[in-house]
Design a protein around this ligand. Structure first.
Ligand code: M6R
Length: 613
């Protein structure tokens, strides 16, 4: 969603802002803009479209200022056009700001401001905030920082803002509530951004602003942080673990393809120091102190959105089967608006790649108020969810830039598998022999995925045949059913083909009506407890002339006879099949999207990190 950047220092701000905005492109956006302070004047440039459109628009205009802010907008209030793009400027042109979030009471504030003589150019909630700051500053004659502080006490909703003014040209004011904001600390210079990706090439020292905090950055006096209730806060400086190379495509055509191919390495990193099959142990340091509590939990509630929700569905199988603890999986967006029964001996696990998803965060906060223990399975180090949970484990997938989640998903699965194994072992619900087998199975995953990726040429050939499909069905049973959902989501989001995931046996209760010779049906039919049942389900597809693309265990013969195409995965325990079966589905959706000339890394309308409700 919206991306924010800011810079104050001795360098030219414009190239830093533009590069920063390009780094944030992956979040998803439809317009971009910058504002620069230059010789006591404010220059604002904004444009619908991509960052490249903005740079073409700016062209030869003066851009030598050393203080500036920038924004990529993902439209919420008002169409994606030049006027609604950020930065937004006060009526008298003395203040400009960029904003990520939603000002919920903007309509009431706007009406009051109109009564007081303000006129508005855009349809955005953000413009209301900048007028409110101007109104307070004018009326009370306070500093910009104080006007921002007073204004933020009047607004409801979510915000990360960065504000500048030619009247205080050596300052940047920033604040946040529910939307992320990071401050990079250089040598007499400061960088601001929605996440660390625009900052890492300049400095590794960062401060994550907390909710309802305001940063006052002064060229002379450096960084000062206060709360919106005007209490001093000492900045907590942390070191970034991110490497710059992780943000580049590294020779791949798209980030998504790079991230698919990175999975053996990412899974290996997830295991590091946590699993050793030879020595027969698994241990997650981040939740060690909470293991007893999890082992004794009355129930585990897992909350997540999108792909992370699919990981939660697989985890339900893992925890119930291995640790014998009842699990409930909830869409965070639904959970937060019911009145769920949460008890003190419930453990709530939030799964999130970004660690910033607004619905997941809000659901977590509600669970916290009701006394549950909160754990996080998060990829982005230092993200909000990692900070608001009592404990948790990072997936260590590294930055995921493609909007479609790939390596974040498979590392979530391995982490949840490790967690279930470790808790099951502690509870004595897994026999020693099975425990050892599953450790071996997990540890063998990176090598097996390497092998599987070698089938990519064949998978591309198969994908070519289905690139013009209008619909697709994905089927699976047991812990492979969530992988059918994930396969369908991947195809939908990047190739815009309508796809549905179903438990294979459910097909005859409705979706079978859709099957004809034009319907590709992707099915997971690997050896295991449900194998024969799935074979019967796919016979039903074939009998209705559906096109069958089956993921099978290596050496399978029965499904090969029925299916139009088979993609083999290495012979494995059912426990790791969801992880392996995910890879061909990722590659199929990737190739189909490329063949359909879709924007694979930044699909239309989507944002990488959904920071609004
Ligand atoms: O960052 P999160 O894991 O919390 O994000 C949740 C979803 O928005 C995300 O998984 C989304 O569904 C992706 N586009 C899936 O590829």
């Amino acid at each position: 969603m919206c991306g924010i950047v800011g810079y104050i220092g001795s360098k030219r701000a414009y190239p830093i802002l533009i590069k920063g905005l390009s780094r944030l492109e992956y979040r998803g956006y439809d317009s971009a803009g910058v504002a620069l302070l230059e010789d006591g004047k404010l220059n604002v440039f904004k444009r619908q479209g991509k960052v490249l459109d903005l740079t073409n628009f700016v062209a030869d205009n003066p851009t030598s200022g050393t203080v500036g802010i920038g924004h990529t907008r993902w439209a919420t209030h008002g169409l994606p056009n030049d006027i609604n793009a950020h930065p937004h400027t006060s009526g008298d042109g003395s203040i400009t700001l960029v904003h990520n979030g939603i000002i919920e009471n903007y309509d009431i504030l706007k009406k009051e401001l109109i009564k007081r003589g303000h006129t508005f150019k855009s349809e955005t909630d953000t413009e209301v905030l900048v007028h409110l700051i101007e109104d307070i500053k004018e009326k009370s004659g306070v500093s910009l920082a104080e006007a921002v502080r007073i204004a933020l006490n009047e607004v409801h909703g979510a915000y990360a803002i960065v504000v500048i003014s030619p009247e205080e040209p050596n300052k940047i004011i920033a604040a946040k509530k529910s939307s992320p904001l990071v401050i990079g600390m250089g040598e007499d210079e400061y960088y601001l951004a929605s996440d660390a990706t625009p900052i890492v090439e300049y400095t590794k020292n960062v401060v994550y602003l907390e909710d309802e905090q305001i940063a006052i950055i002064d060229r002379e006096n450096g960084l000062r942080i206060i709360s919106i209730s005007n209490k001093e806060v000492s900045p907590y400086v942390q070191e970034l673990e991110m490497q710059l190379e992780e943000l580049e495509k590294g020779g791949y055509e798209h980030f998504m393809l790079k991230e698919i191919y990175e999975q053996p390495r990412a899974i290996h990193d997830s295991f590091r120091g946590r699993l050793n099959a030879k020595e027969g142990w698994v241990s997650l340091g981040g939740i060690k102190d909470y293991e007893d509590q999890i082992a004794k939990a009355n129930r585990i509630i897992i909350i997540a959105c999108g792909t992370s929700w699919h990981a939660a569905l697989v985890a339900e199988y893992y925890f119930e089967d291995l640790a014998r603890i009842p699990v409930e999986v909830e869409y965070a967006s639904e959970f937060r608006y019911r009145n769920p029964i949460i008890r003190k001996d419930d453990v709530v696990i939030a799964i999130s790649q970004s660690g910033e998803t607004a619905d997941t965060l809000a659901a977590l906060k509600m669970a916290k108020e009701r006394g549950a223990t909160l754990l996080g399975i998060v990829n982005v180090v230092g993200s909000t969810i990692s900070r608001v949970t009592d404990a948790g484990s990072y997936t260590h997938a590294g930055p995921e830039i493609g909007v479609a989640s790939t390596k974040a998903f498979t590392t979530q699965l391995v982490l949840l598998a490790m967690m279930a194994l470790s808790i099951g072992h502690k509870r004595g619900t897994i026999e020693d022999e099975k425990f050892q087998t599953l450790l071996d199975e997990l540890e063998a995953l990176p090598e097996k995925i390497e092998k599987l990726l070698k089938s990519d040429d064949y998978i591309r050939e198969v994908s070519t045949i289905y690139k013009d499909a209008q619909n697709a069905l994905y089927l699976g049973r047991g812990s492979s059913f969530p992988i059918a959902l994930e396969g369908a989501l991947k195809l939908k989001e990047i190739s815009y083909i309508h796809a549905e995931g179903y438990p294979a046996a459910e097909m005859k209760h409705g979706p079978i009506a859709l099957i004809d010779e034009n319907m590709p049906v992707f099915v997971i039919a690997t050896h295991g407890e449900n194998y024969e049942k799935v074979v019967s389900n796919i016979q039903e597809v074939k009998a209705r002339k559906g096109k069958l693309i089956a993921i099978v265990s290596k050496g399978d013969t029965m499904v090969r006879e029925i299916a139009d195409h088979v993609i083999e995965i290495p012979i494995s325990d059912e426990f790791v099949v969801p992880i392996l079966a995910t890879i061909p589905f990722q590659l199929i959706s990737y190739h189909i999207a490329v063949m359909r000339e879709c924007n694979v890394d930044q699909p239309r309308n989507l944002a990488k990190s959904v920071t609004v409700e």
